[in-house]
Write a protein that binds this ligand. Structure first.
Ligand code: GDP
Length: 611
């Protein structure tokens, strides 16, 4: 068989073997893998209608298409898989306890509180936090660090429970989407006076999809009209049958506001954990876990709350979380007290990262600072490549012109004060629907002020920079003004959403609709050396207006479109319009093929208002 060729370019030919390429790989990367000349791949793509330079990041589909063309099975490796390979290359395995059964020790359950808005999630987290003040902690839990641990008693034993202190399932799903399972048990809060609502169902679905056992807290039982029995009844529909009805789910009637039955709820959590889960971890290994919350603190620099899932985290450890690395300088608990060691299921605030990790990023301890730095660097490079690949406009030769003239894409850079809000904002913005004609793309996101780097990135494309509770720093404002980059500041999410939605709608090309004006029947045809062919008409309906657009129908069939009424006369006078029931003479520009009995239909195009 001959080597395949496209447009006369000889192609390197594979035997269907699998080539793994990371997301955002370039043609040079591809060529390296198959021992080909990058220039030939550039040429091939050119003939397939794609203009790409050898070192630019290429979209997944294009890599796959090119592979097919040359008989290679190209697999674009997922970020998770790639990350596993990256850690492998440092002989690190993430996600598993080292050693065997005998190394495992019981650890506390990690709980997320979910449920419909206003059903009392925040209040419940507050009440649980405060209920624990008594045990000697001066001032109780004073800091919101994104998670906290409380003590509860079961069968005479004191046992800790860890609560993720960011209510709502956004955080839960965001972490799950990254493959970080942070939650052992979900408490679904349902207000007894309101009942099962859409987000209740959503929360149940998320928990069940993640295979996380559920405890139901029937809240607001202090309120008039509270009907806890009805909640139990409603939830059977979703597979949650209360124990007292012969099911397996524990329901606890509580009042977060009046502090009723909170101790019972904690007990139910422990009982459910004991019955449904085997929560053990190896504390004798380098710590691994997940970053729950992170922000940039004016005085302390990047501050991240991490949940240790395995091993023990110590001050002095070299750490990496997502693309942030550092060394643990200090650890604080939810009371603001220094901690030197954190065991499995313990959330701690870590100071010492050199940049801000993202919420949901996996976190691990490595042997040396150097390794942490290298892993972080590699991840950052990979993310950047992937970003570039998704940013690159895919321009085929046919529509190169059009694409250059008009890309209906609104590119955004989002900067915010902490990773949770940045993610929430991005999620909300991506959900805006304005149809397929315009597209929203977040090309960069991060925690902290808007920097010159952000503006430089914005200059390249049609980019708006959003600052959520942050401001431009240093010379960024100056640079943005000089380069005409728009920066918008927000402190309220829905306001950002509203304005971006307006901006997207503004980018829509106007849509027009045809509005009929009138019809006229041709009664007589005159030829004039001065005016060409003149139609003597009777206006049958509406009005005939000079310069209106027109089409010609013969026996109800359109025989000519795209005409216009060039001149219009009544008797001998030029007029602007003629109404129903009157006769007139008109010409249709250069169009002369008219007959007695033809019908002229006139109309205009009006811009349709957007809903
Ligand atoms: P979230 O949106 O689920 O976080 O709900 P919140 O915790 O913000 O509570 C919504 C409203 O319900 C607030 O006004 C709370 O004070 C109120 N609330 C919460 N728990 C109770 C309760 O047990 N009883 C009563 N009466 N009101 C409550």
């Amino acid at each position: 068989m001959q080597a395949p060729s496209v447009g006369g370019v000889r192609l390197p030919k594979g035997n269907g073997e699998t080539i793994k390429l990371p997301r955002g790989a370039s043609l040079t990367d591809f060529a390296d893998k198959i021992g080909a000349n990058p220039a030939s791949l550039v040429q091939v793509l050119f003939h397939l209608g794609e203009m790409v330079t050898a070192t630019a990041s290429v979209a997944d589909e294009v890599l796959e298409l090119l592979g097919t063309e040359m008989n290679y099975n190209v697999q674009v490796v997922s970020p998770e898989e790639e990350d596993r390979e990256l850690l492998d290359s440092f002989s690190i395995s993430y996600g598993e306890d080292a050693g065997g059964e005998e190394d495992l020790v019981v650890r506390p359950p990690v709980v997320t509180i979910m449920g419909h808005v206003d059903h009392g999630k925040t209040r419940l987290l507050d009440t649980i936090r405060k209920a624990n003040v008594a045990e000697g902690e001066a001032g109780g839990i004073t800091q919101h660090i994104g998670a906290y641990q409380v003590m509860s008693e079961l069968d005479g034993y004191e046992r800790p429970i860890t609560f993720i202190d960011t209510p709502g399932h956004e955080a839960f799903t965001a972490m799950r989407a990254r493959g970080a399972k942070s939650t052992d048990i979900a408490v679904i809060v349902v207000a007894a006076d309101d009942g099962v609502m859409p987000q209740t169902v959503e929360a149940i679905n998320h928990a069940q999809a993640a295979d996380v056992p559920i405890v139901v807290a029937v809240n607001k039982i202090d309120k008039e009209g509270a009907n806890p029995a009805k909640i139990r009844q409603q939830l059977t529909e979703y597979g949650l049958v209360a124990e007292e009805y012969g099911g397996e789910t524990m329901f606890v009637d509580i009042s977060a506001r009046e502090n009723i039955n909170i101790e019972q709820l904690l007990e139910a959590i422990l009982l459910t954990a004991d019955a449904a889960l085997d929560l053990r971890a190896n504390p004798n290994m380098e710590a691994q876990g997940v970053a729950i919350e992170a922000h940039l603190d004016r005085g302390r620099g990047p501050v991240a709350t991490v949940l240790v899932q395995r091993g023990t985290l110590r001050v002095g450890d070299s750490v990496v979380a997502g693309d942030a690395s550092g060394r643990v300088r200090r650890m604080l608990d939810e009371h603001g007290a220094d901690v030197t060691e954190a065991y499995p299921s313990r959330p701690v605030q870590v100071i010492g990262f050199t940049s801000v990790p993202g919420a949901g990023d996996t976190f691990l301890v490595v042997d040396e600072d150097r390794v942490a730095r290298q892993i972080a660097d590699r991840r950052r490079a990979r993310e950047r490549n992937a970003e570039l690949a998704s940013r690159r406009k895919r321009v085929s030769l046919e529509d190169l012109d059009a694409a250059l003239k008009e890309t209906n894409t609104l590119n955004l850079i989002i900067k915010g004060d902490n990773s949770g809000t940045v993610e929430a904002l991005e999620d909300a913005l991506m959900k805006i629907e304005v149809g397929d004609d315009v597209e929203l793309r977040v090309i960069h996101r991060g925690v902290g002020g808007i920097t010159e780097g952000d503006i430089n990135l914005a200059i390249a494309d049609n980019v708006i920079v959003l600052g959520f509770n942050v401001r431009a720093e240093g010379k960024a404002t100056e640079l943005a003004n000089r380069e005409g980059v728009e920066i918008r500041y927000y402190t309220v999410i829905y306001q950002a959403i509203e304005e971006i939605e307006q901006a997207l709608k503004g980018m829509l090309k106007p849509e027009y609709e045809e509005v009929g004006l009138g019809t006229a029947e041709i009664r007589e045809v005159f030829r004039s050396s001065r005016f060409g062919t003149i139609a003597g008409c009777l206006v049958m309906g509406g009005v005939i207006r000079r310069n209106a657009r027109a089409r010609l129908l013969r026996d109800s069939v359109v025989v000519a479109d795209n005409l216009s009424i060039n001149s219009l006369r009544r008797v001998k006078d030029d007029v602007v319009e003629v109404r129903e029931g009157f006769e007139c003479g008109l010409t249709l520009g250069n169009f002369n093929d008219i007959k007695q009995g033809d019908v002229i239909e006139t109309f205009e195009m009006r811009e349709k208002p957007r809903s």
